[in-house]
Design a protein around this ligand. Sequence first.
Ligand code: 5GP
Length: 191
Amino acid sequence: MSEGRGLLVVISGPSGVGKDTVIKRLLELDPNLRYSVSYTTRRPRPGEVDGVNYHFASRDEFERLIREGAFLEHATYGGNLYGTPFAQLDQERAAGRDIVLKIDVQGAEQVRKRAPDALRIFLAPPSMDELLRRRTERHSEDLGEGAARQHIAQAEMALAPHFDHVVVNDDLERAVKEVLEIIQAARQRQT
Ligand code: 5GP
């Protein structure tokens, strides 16, 4: 268990790179980690549960939360709004638990400015072809949205060097181990 305030761990990278799978595995392996549940205006995908995967909100509700200063960061992605609420972060970190954020690169940039102590990790695909293949397999987007996301993904890849660490998600268990080692090293620096 970590002593004092918990870490803020940002996991970013292009949509489809496997952030959800990596984070799910991290949470299984490390009992001191918690997942930050974001707000979004996009519709739930089959199997997604409100309050677990996201807090699903209307645009009006989301805009009200922005005005109230409820978000550490928020960004527009593929026409929808996404944001990280402060409340859960503060609670977990004050209790000494580390919290993991799954956010896009715009959000990660805002976190760097507002929470400079954050540990920012970029997950990269082994190649752009592999990224496209994984997203096609997921069947979660229509073609128009898929093409737009591929364009966004290329711009996002260019930002990888801005992160504290870049981890290639070639093999799930290997990538998860590397992320866990990065988190462990940061905990040790903190204590
Ligand atoms: P998806 O719709 O596929 O769940 O997520 C689309 C993108 O939004 C992904 O790159 C995901 O990491 C990002 N995202 C999810 N939650 C947040 C958030 O709270 N803030 C920001 N900036 N991006 C987020």
